[in-house]
Design a protein around this ligand. Structure first.
Ligand code: PEP
Ligand code: MG
Length: 565
């Protein structure tokens, strides 16, 4: 059993598929040590040349990368390393087996040392051994292996674009690193694939085809489980399926609390594959359509006509339901494969989202035009991401007005109505002048980014992210202030970060006055089920009392209330 951190609920059973497969050594024994020695020397030489070349290229680059490469060079030239491998060959091992033996010894040392610096160096050595094995065996990242039945992806880490390439083929995902707040995790959630991150040593332990069980509820992974674990796990899968049936039974009921308050539950989407969920989840609309996912799955910039067809399909599928299209939110960890990457020291605080849109308005105009043509006389809702100050919203809104005018001149049908809103993802916008709240069409709180900037804790960095509870009183006070400001200006408000899909966080947001929650479709059942059992006035009192007592987080008090009811 390997412990990790739960990033998407659900349980899955299947077989390991290594994203970057380990090299398989098929010839452990050799009968011609002389020849093996020559092979080893040639391979090491090739490795050294390769490392030197990488060093040369990186001379002006990132300092940290340079340090890693220098450590590589030191290892590649290490006499002790070479001598031990030569000794193993003279005892009858093949060159590959000698490298592998060194590698496994380094790994077992790695599991014992606590010192992070030493661990990193040992992990460099591990990587170097892999390179050497690839040279010796001629195996690249492609080993020709076929995706097993019920594949469970195992990787050190993975980007959202790579994950989208696998799509729904995967039954589960286990990452050695990764983070709950990353966009890869959001993609996994959109696809409703159980995900466990932070699973120490998984890439060392797992081999392609291994039997594996992923527990996305507890955040643990069972690799090559024994029979008792298998049967307990299968019981768990059956229980989860039962809960799903319960959610289906309330699907067409509105989310009304014990004290008669209605909460609108809408869904987050971004892939064509999400559309059927509009019907099956009971969502009242799409509160966040992440348009960048469509840009991420392609290897070239989509054409306007493709976008028109795509958005039209979304609106058709939604029938009369409202769809909030968020304009391109790229940058940070969402890097388009066909755009020149920007070398920024801190991409999360860098040139991203609306900042890119306003500086390079060509893409934004093309997207707005595509949305208007797809609407073709139907109502249209557009939302701008990452608005940090009112001026950005105004400039973006002016682009919409200009595009509308151009469409009118060109004789295209104009949307029947047009709502333009902003995401509140930086604390600064919560303190914008009242005029902004008066003029903005609606506001949606992007809790993932808002939380990372509020606590100065990278959403991708598990170590710091989880220190700060979303039910921390400071964060809830910020939410309360946004609710009050929107109430004063009668600005419609929603919350579309991941917390909206976590039942306990969701009921607290509702108690604080957020009455539209946008979440991944699979969360609608669990959130609605809990909302229907709580009294929001009571819950609000519990939250206020906890805050008044000086608690850091209201979670404990809220849990006590929930257990009582
Ligand atoms: C957010 O930041 O909360 C959000 C909904 O946007 P994304 O997760 O795509 O950054
Ligand atoms: Mg965001």
């Amino acid at each position: 059993m390997l412990p990790g951190t739960a990033a998407q609920e659900g349980a899955a059973e299947g077989h390991v598929w290594l994203h970057e497969p380990r090299v398989v050594v098929t010839n452990p024994i050799a009968d011609d040590p002389e020849r093996e020695l020559v092979r080893l020397k040639e391979a090491v030489e090739q490795l050294r040349v390769g490392v030197d070349k990488m060093l040369e290229i990186s001379q002006n680059g990132d300092k940290e990368q340079l340090q890693v490469l220098e450590a590589y060079r030191m290892f590649a030239n290490s006499k002790g390393w070479m001598r031990r491998m030569e000794e193993d060959i003279s005892r009858g091992l093949s060159a590959e087996a000698a490298v592998e033996k060194e590698q496994s010894q380094a790994r077992s040392r790695m599991s014992q040392v606590q010192d992070t610096y030493l661990r990193e160096r040992l992990s460099d050595l591990d990587d170097l051994s892999n390179r050497l094995l690839r040279i010796l065996t001629g195996q690249g990242a492609e080993t020709g292996a076929e995706l097993p039945d019920d594949p469970i992806l195992v990787a050190r880490n993975i980007g959202p674009a790579e994950l989208l390439e696998y799509g729904r083929n995967l039954k589960g995902i286990v990452l050695e690193e990764g983070s709950v707040g990353s966009h890869a995790a959001i993609v996994a959630r959109a696809l409703a694939i159980p995900l466990v991150v932070n699973t120490n040593r998984i890439t060392n332990e797992a081999l392609n085809g291994d039997h594996i069980m992923v527990d996305g509820e507890q955040g643990v992974v069972h690799l090559r489980p024994d029979d008792s674990v298998v049967s307990a796990f299968r019981d768990k899968i059956a229980m989860l399926a039962q809960a799903q049936e319960r959610y289906v039974s309330i699907r067409d009921k509105p989310a009304v609390t014990r004290d008669g308050q209605k909460v609108n539950l809408v869904m987050n989407a971004g892939l064509m594959a999400d559309l059927p969920s509009l019907e099956s989840s009971g969502a009242e609309g799409v509160g966040l359509f992440r348009t960048e996912l469509q840009f991420l799955v392609r290897n070239q910039m989509p054409r306007r006509s493709e976008l028109v067809a795509l958005y039209k399909r979304v609106l058709d599928a939604a029938q009369e339901k409202r769809v909030v299209f968020r304009t391109l939110d790229i940058g940070s960890d969402k890097v388009l494969p066909y755009m020149k990457p920007n070398d920024e020291p801190n991409p999360a605080l860098g040139w991203r989202a609306i900042r890119v849109g306003l500086d390079k308005p060509g893409i934004m105009r093309m997207q707005l035009q595509a949305l208007m043509r797809a609407a073709n006389g139907r109502p249209l809702t557009v939302m701008f991401p990452f608005v940090a100050q009112a001026e950005e919203y105004r400039a973006a809104r002016d682009e919409v007005t200009k595009t509308l005018e151009r469409e009118r001149i060109l004789g295209h049908a104009l949307p029947e109505s047009l709502e333009i809103g902003a995401m509140l993802e930086t604390p600064s916008l919560a303190f914008a002048p009242q005029k902004f709240f008066d003029e903005v069409g609606f506001i949606s709180i992007g809790g993932n980014d808002l939380k990372q900037f509020f606590f100065a804790a990278d959403r991708e960095n598990e170590r710091v992210r989880k220190r700060y509870d979303s039910l921390n009183v400071s964060f809830l006070s910020l939410i309360e202030q946004i609710v009050e400001r929107c109430a004063t200006s009668k600005t419609p408000l929603s919350f579309c970060g991941e917390d909206a899909g976590r039942p306990i966080e969701a009921v607290c947001l509702a108690a604080m006055g957020v009455r539209t929650l946008s979440m991944r479709p699979a969360s609608i059942g669990p959130v609605k089920s809990l909302l229907m059992r709580v009294n929001l006035e009571d819950l609000r009192r519990v939250i206020y009392e906890s805050r008044h007592r000086g608690d850091q987080s209201v979670r404990e008090a809220v849990m006590r209330y929930l257990r009582e009811i």
